[in-house]
Structures are given as C-alpha cells and as structure tokens.
Write a protein that binds this ligand. Structure first.
Ligand code: TRP
Length: 450
C-alpha cells in the first residue's frame, strides 16, 4: 500500500528531499542578514539552540505522524484521533495546512521568479543582450508574471512526476549543485578586498543584542520557516519514508544540513556586503542599520556585481542560479501538500492534480501581483507569522496529548529497536508535550501583540 502511493528509495534521497525543502530563500537570504544586524555569532548561537531545542522536536512530530499514517496530513491526523472532536480538529488543521502551503507557494513563486529573471538577465548581459537584460531586472507586471509562471511551471513539472522520479530525483541532482555553487561563491568572495570586514561583523559575538527577548522569539520564527514546519510539508515527506528508517537520526540530519547551509550562506552574504561597501555601494540604511531583505538582494548585490566587471556578471549568474535552485527544491515541497491530499482522497491522477492546483496557485500569484502593495506583505504575514506557528502547535499537541504513548513508541521502534534506552526517548516525548507547545504559543501571542 505504502509504495503504491510513492516512497523515497533511500535515506540519501529522503535527506536530500527534506533538506531541499528546508534549504531555501530563508537560509541564503534571511538568516545571514538577520545574524548581521542582531549580534553576529551570538545570534548564530541562539539560532542553533533554538533550532535544536524547538524546531527539531517539532520536525520530529511531523515526520512521525506522517510515517505512521503513510498518508496526507488530513488522513493522518484523523487516523491518530480518538474522539469525533479530535478527528474534526485534526482534519480541519490538515485542510488549513493545505491552504496555507498553497498561499506560501503563491508568494514564494513570485520571489523565485525574480531570482530567475536576475539569473537570465546576467546571462543575457554576458552575450550582449543589454536591453532585454535591463527589462528583466526592472520591476514590472509582465516581468513579474512571466518569472512566476516559469518558476511555477518547473515546480509543477517536477511534482507531476511523483515522489521518486520527481521530488527525489531532482532533489538529489539539485542539492549537490547548490552546495558546490555556494562553496565556490564563498571562496571567491573571500578573496576580495573588504571581505574580512564582513567576516568580522558575522563572527564577532555581541551577546547583549542576541539575548534580547524579542530576538529569541524572532529566531524561533525563522527556524520554523526554515525547517518548513507547520503546514504539513514535513509530515507528507515523512509519509514517504519506509519503516526501516531511524526517524530521530534522519530528522537530525535534515536539521543539521539546514543549519549548515544557513551558516555557510552567512560566509557569502556578509563578506559580499562589505566588498560592496569597499566598492562604494551603500550598505547601511539612513538609521545606521545594515540594509536587508529585498533591497539587499535586488539592489546592493547587483550593484556589487556591476562594479566587478566581467567577473561580476559571472558571479551574478551563479548567485541567482543558486537562489533559484534553493527556491525550487523548496517550492516542490509546498505544492506536494495539496497535491498529495487531492490525489489520495479524491482519487484524481497525480499529473492532472499537479497541473490543476499549480494553475490555481498561479492565479492567486497573479492576483497578488495585480494588488502588490496591499496583498504581498499581507499574505506573507498571515501565513508565516500566524498560521505556521498555530498549526505547528497543533501537531505537537496531537503527538504529545492525543496519540497514545505506546503507539508512538511502537512507531519509533520500527527503525530503532533500542530507542527506549536512548536519550531521544527520555527527553523528546515530554518535551514535545509540554515545552514545544508552550514556547510556540508564546511566539504566537507575541506576534499577535507585537
Ligand atoms: N524552508 C524553506 C525556506 O527556508 C521554505 C519552505 C519550504 C517552507 N516549504 C515550506 C516554509 C513549508 C513554510 C512551510 O525558504
């Protein structure tokens, strides 16, 4: 039964796919700039602690529910429920997750479309297509829609092929390319004038800033986004794992790769910003903070690349290629959430479902682009700040309180018969029952109030 619905063929395939989902724009773009403006290495330390104490246990909750049920989130949460009310809440949470995953994809595809446009633009510059190149990097509705459609098309094409031939095969291909590209870029940027300055900002710890309470909560939020939690993505990937896998171990690997890439990206982005400063590009906002978010990626870095001549164009191609790949291995994991649900519960063919749902999400993206100023930020806030923590909270409650402890143990024993003796079983069950929900609720209340 499990293999009829698709299954990853190996542990490597799963880790690449799940790490591919986790490693995305959040890692390469979000983490480094956050670290830079929030105490450098001290933020890194806080982030590490938070990722392993909160995000990792929450990831395990999703993986275990998914692997146990070998089904989409709605079916899985209903399956582990004991009462009618629990089934209703679980099923609704699954459906909300499906909607949230689709909405996250609708804005993610827009941003990823920009990345592809910038990559193409640098390629065109290389071959003398200056005017087309300029068009590709200037903000406009047509450029935005075309970039989004191109990216969405790739995402749909991969998901239409299924778990092994689509998700696993492409993650296995793209993740190593991503890693090599990133390492090459880091090495190159390190040799440039000004890079060491950036390295200092990244690595000198400022504990006063990093231990501020709002910052710890921020780190929690980004760790959650970074590990793709709270929409059922990791649940569905867990459902494609075979029973022989040792879940705490594979979950740990995914977390480690995710954090590793984020830290590595810091060695690229921060030094690059100070190289830009060295070349006369403005990298501070009027109030003295480092420029971050979209201005960093779409203004500061391109200005840096422009100031570097031919080498700059090449670096630019590589950089935006890296971003596009990181985005693609993440976007497929978002689309898989609604697609798996419809395929499994409505019995529609996967290919048809992928094209249909992908098309609907592209329409939502277009609507966002038509009302960019009012909708873009709003959709991001609703999905990442409110919905993700809430559904993540529910997953922890289902694993910690609804599901029977002996069934949980049985599920974990499948891949590791001695799990009861290990540290994981001594800590995790009560941790995910008490600590995780409490802290997630705290983040949630904080974002409601703040
Ligand atoms: N983790 C990805 C990133 O860092 C984004 C992502 C992929 C995601 N799948 C998700 C975020 C599901 C939330 C939910 O960019």
């Amino acid at each position: 039964m499990a293999s009829a619905r698709g299954e990853f063929s190996s542990r490597f395939g799963f880790v690449m796919a799940a790490a591919g989902s986790a490693v995305g724009l959040g890692n390469i773009w979000g983490f480094p700039t956050q670290a830079a403006s929030n105490g450098g290495a001290a933020f890194l330390l806080v982030y590490l602690v938070v990722a392993f104490t909160l995000a990792y246990p929450a990831l395990m909750a999703e993986l275990i529910i998914g692997r146990h049920a070998h089904a989409n989130a709605v079916t899985a949460l209903r399956q582990i429920s004991n009462t009618g009310a629990q089934r209703l809440i679980g099923g609704s949470a699954g459906i909300i997750g499906f909607i949230v995953a689709s909405l996250i994809l609708s804005f993610y595809a827009i941003v990823a479309g920009w990345m592809m446009a910038f990559c193409l633009s640098s390629l065109l510059t290389l071959f003398g297509g200056e005017s087309a190149a300029a068009w590709l990097t200037s903000f406009g509705f047509t450029r935005n829609v075309l970039g989004m459609l191109l990216f969405m098309g790739l995402t749909v094409a991969i998901i239409a092929r299924g778990v092994r031939d689509g998700i696993e095969r492409w993650s296995e291909r793209l993740m190593p390319v991503l890693l090599v590209t990133l390492v090459v870029l880091v090495i190159y940027v390190m040799t440039l004038e000004g890079a060491m300055e950036g390295l200092k900002v990244y690595l000198l710890p400022d504990f006063k800033r990093a231990l501020a309470p709002d910052l710890i909560l921020n780190a929690l939020g980004s760790a959650f986004f970074s590990l793709s939690l709270g929409v059922g993505t990791m649940l569905i990937y867990g459902s494609y794992l075979d029973d022989r896998q040792n879940l705490p171990l594979v979950g740990g690997m995914v977390t480690a790769v995710d954090i590793g890439i984020a830290v590595l990206a810091g060695f690229l982005v921060l030094p690059a910003m100070y190289v830009a400063l060295h070349n006369g590009v403005e990298i501070f906002t009027p109030d003295g903070k480092l420029i971050s978010e979209d201005t960093l990626i779409f203004t500061v870095l391109p200005e840096l690349f422009n100031s570097m001549g031919l080498a700059g164009i090449l670096v630019s191609v590589f950089f935006f290629f890296l971003m596009s790949i990181a985005a693609l291995t993440s976007s497929i994991s978002m689309l898989e959430v609604p697609v798996a649900y419809v395929v499994e519960t409505r019995g529609v063919a996967r290919r048809k479902t992928a094209y249909l749902i992908g098309g609907c999400i592209a329409l939502v993206s277009t609507a966002i682009l038509l009302n960019f100023d009012s909708l873009f930020g709003l959709v991001i806030t609703i999905t990442t700040r409110y919905s993700q923590p809430l559904i993540g909270f529910l997953f922890c409650i289902y694993v910690g309180w609804v599901w029977h402890r002996d069934q949980l143990l049985q599920e974990l024993r499948k891949g590791n018969p001695d799990i009861e003796q290990g540290l994981f079983w001594k800590i995790w069950p009560w941790w995910v029952r008490l600590v995780c929900p409490t802290i997630i609720l705290a983040i949630f209340l904080q974002s409601l109030l703040g």
